[in-house]
Design a protein around this ligand. Structure first.
Ligand code: EUG
Length: 511
C-alpha cells in the first residue's frame, strides 16, 4: 500500500500532490535485538491494538519524491546511504488513547518507536528514525484537527498533523483570518507542533506590516551591517526576525531569471557570481525585514533604520513598489503577514536532484563574530567544493546562521563531501566555542558531543532523565544524541566513521 507511506499531502492548489508509486518488494528491516517471528507476532499485536489497516510494514522501494510528496519510508534528503535510516513499519493511531496503546505495546515488545507529526523536518532527517528498524508513529495523519482558536488571546490548540498551510486555511475559512495571522516559516508544509518541538522558528510578531529590503554592495560590509543592526534589534526598532542573506544565496531563488551559471556543478566563479548579483541588484548581502504597527510608528522607524544602515557605503533601500514583480520581497511580504508561500522551493532548481542539508550555528549579533563564522564556513566549504550559501536570521539577542548545503543526491562523491564538510565545520565551530541550534539525525551524536562542558554534565543529566522516564529505551533512541541505557557502549553513535552500513545495520534485513 505505497500511498499510505507518503506523508500528509498538501492541499494547496499551487502545490498539486504528486503521487509517487514505488513498488512493494523491498525486504523489511527489523528492529534491533529481535527475530523475524517475534517481530511478526509484535506487529500482529499492534494491529489488534489500533486496527490492522493502521499498521503497514515498510517494504516499498525507496523513492525520494519531492517536497509535496514526502515518503515515510526513509530520509528523502539522505546524506548517508538511502537505505540507512529506514523504519520497519509505520502506524497511525487515531487519538491520544491510541498513542498510549502504541507506547504500551512498544514497552511490552521492546520495539523502538519514532513519533513524527508531518515528517517534513527536511534537511535535518525528514521523518526517518535514527535506529534502523524503529516503528514510526505517525501522529499527523489522523490527528490533524484545529481544536480551538482564541481570537481574544491570539492562541490556538492544535493536533500534531496541523500544517502551517492548514492552520492558515482554517483561519481563512472561519473568517478569523481578518484578525489573526500565523507565524509562517519559509515553507508552510510542515507541522506547526513539529517545528516548535525541533526548536524551529517563524519570523513574525503580531500586527500590521510594511516590508522592505536593503542591499549592501560588498562582502566585507557584513561586520558594519551587523553592528548597525544590533541596536535596532536590541531596542526592538525592528520587531520581526529579519534576515541578512548572502547575495548568491538569494540568487539561488532566481534560477528562472539567472539561469546561466547557477546550474553548474562545483564552485561558482567569483566573477560570475558578481555578475549574477549585479544583474539581480541584490548586493553582496541582502537584508529583508518587516515593520509592524500603524504608519505613524513605522515611518519614523523606517527613517531611523535607513539612517542607521547607511553607515554601510552604498547601502540601498527598497520597498515593494521599487522592485520587479519577480522579487522575493513580494513573497517576503506575504509570509511576514502570515500568508504561506512556496517560493523557497525554487532553490531546488539550483542543481539537478537537489538535496538539502543545513549547518546552523548560533552567532552573536556582532560584526566580528559574524565575519569570523562566515569566513570560517566559506573557507571550509570551498575546500570541499561547495559555495558558502549563508543566511543570518536575526533575533533580538542572537542570530541563527543557517548555511545551505545543496548537493546532488545521486552524485555519491558530492554527498560524501557534503557530509565530511559539515562534520569538519561542527568541529571548527566547537573550537571557537560555537554550537548548533539544530542538526541532521546523522550528526546529532557529534553535535551533542560538543556540548561537553564540565565532563559532559549536560549529557549525564540527559541520560539520567532518559533512564528514569524511558527505562526500556523505546522512545526515539539516539534522538539529539541521547541513547537509552541498553544502547550505550554498543557502537550506535555516528561520529564520522559512517559505518552505519555494517555490521548492525544489515545483519537483520529479513522478514
Ligand atoms: C531555514 C531556516 C532555518 C533552518 C533551516 C532553513 C530557511 C531556509 C531559521 O532556521 O533551520 C530558507
Amino acid at each position: 500500500m505505497f500511498d499510505s507511506l507518503v506523508s500528509t499531502a498538501d492541499a494547496h492548489p499551487e502545490s498539486p500532490f504528486r503521487l509517487i508509486k514505488p513498488q512493494n518488494n523491498r525486504p523489511v528491516v527489523l528492529p534491533p535485538n529481535t527475530t523475524e517471528p517475534a517481530f511478526q507476532a509484535a506487529l500482529e499485536d499492534l494491529r489488534g491494538e489500533i486496527g490492522a489497516e493502521w499498521v503497514k510494514v515498510n517494504d516499498i522501494d525507496l523513492v525520494d519524491g519531492d517536497y509535496h510528496a514526502v515518503p515515510l519510508s526513509h530520509d528523502s534528503y539522505h546524506i548517508l546511504e538511502q537505505d540507512d535510516l529506514v523504519p520497519s513499519a509505520v502506524c497511525w493511531p487515531e487519538n491520544t488513547e491510541g498513542v498510549s496503546r502504541v507506547v504500551k505495546w512498544a514497552n511490552k515488545h521492546s520495539v523502538p518507536i519514532w513519533p513524527i507529526s508531518i515528517g517534513r523536518n527536511l534537511g535535518y532527517g525528514g521523518s526517518a528514525p535514527r535506529v534502523r528498524g524503529s516503528v514510526i508513529v505517525d501522529l499527523g495523519r489522523r490527528m490533524n484537527r484545529v481544536l480551538d482558536v482564541s481570537e481574544k488571546n491570539a492562541t490556538c490548540l492544535i493536533e500534531p498533523g496541523v500544517q502551517y498551510l492548514s492552520l492558515y486555511e482554517h483561519l481563512q475559512k472561519t473568517g478569523l483570518g481578518d484578525r489573526l495571522w500565523i507565524d509562517v516559516p519559509d515553507l508552510p508544509g510542515g507541522s506547526v507542533m513539529g517545528n516548535a518541538l525541533d526548536r524551529g522558528v517563524g519570523y513574525t510578531p503580531h500586527g500590521g506590516i510594511r516590508p522592505f529590503m536593503a542591499t549592501f554592495p560588498k562582502e566585507e560590509d557584513l561586520a558594519t551591517a551587523v553592528d548597525a543592526l544590533r541596536p535596532l534589534m536590541l531596542q526592538k526598532v525592528i520587531g520581526n526576525v529579519p534576515c541578512l542573506r548572502l547575495g548568491l544565496q538569494d540568487a539561488t531563488m532566481y534560477h528562472k531569471k539567472t539561469e546561466f551559471p547557477l546550474r553548474e556543478r562545483g564552485l561558482v566563479d567569483r566573477k560570475k557570481s558578481q555578475k549574477i548579483i549585479d544583474n539581480l541588484g541584490t548586493g553582496a548581502w541582502v537584508f529583508y525585514a518587516a515593520l509592524y504597527g500603524p504608519d505613524e510608528i513605522t515611518q519614523p522607524k523606517f527613517d531611523l533604520i535607513k539612517k542607521s544602515l547607511s553607515v554601510v557605503p552604498g547601502a540601498k533601500f527598497y520597498e515593494r513598489k521599487d522592485v520587479s514583480p519577480e522579487s522575493y520581497l513580494h513573497d517576503y511580504a506575504k509570509f511576514t503577514a502570515g500568508i504561506p508561500t512556496w517560493r523557497e522551493l525554487d532553490r531546488m532548481e539550483y542543481i539537478p536532484n537537489a538535496s538539502h542539508l543545513f549547518f546552523a550555528p548560533i552567532s552573536a549579533i556582532d560584526g566580528e563574530d559574524a565575519v569570523r563564522q562566515a569566513k570560517m564556513c566559506r573557507e571550509r566549504m570551498e575546500e570541499y567544493g561547495f559555495d558558502y550559501l549563508g543566511t543570518f536570521f536575526i533575533g533580538h539577542r542572537e542570530m541563527h546562521h543557517v548555511i545551505s548545503f545543496m548537493y546532488d543526491k545521486t552524485d555519491l562523491d558530492m554527498k560524501r563531501r557534503a557530509l565530511a564538510c559539515i562534520r569538519a565545520l561542527i568541529d571548527d565551530a566547537a573550537m571557537i566555542g560555537v554550537g548548533e541550534y539544530r542538526t541532521h539525525l546523522a550528526l546529532q551524536d557529534q553535535v551533542a558531543g560538543t556540548y561537553n562542558w564540565n565532563d559532559n554534565a549536560v549529557m549525564r543529566l540527559n541520560e539520567k532523565l532518559k533512564d528514569a522516564m524511558d527505562p526500556n529505551g523505546i522512545l526515539q533512541p539516539g534522538r539529539s544524541g541521547i541513547w537509552p541505557k541498553v544502547y550505550r557502549g554498543q557502537g550506535w553513535e555516528l561520529r564520522g566513521e559512517e559505518k552505519v552500513s555494517d555490521p548492525k545495520k544489515r545483519e537483520m534485513d529479513v522478514l
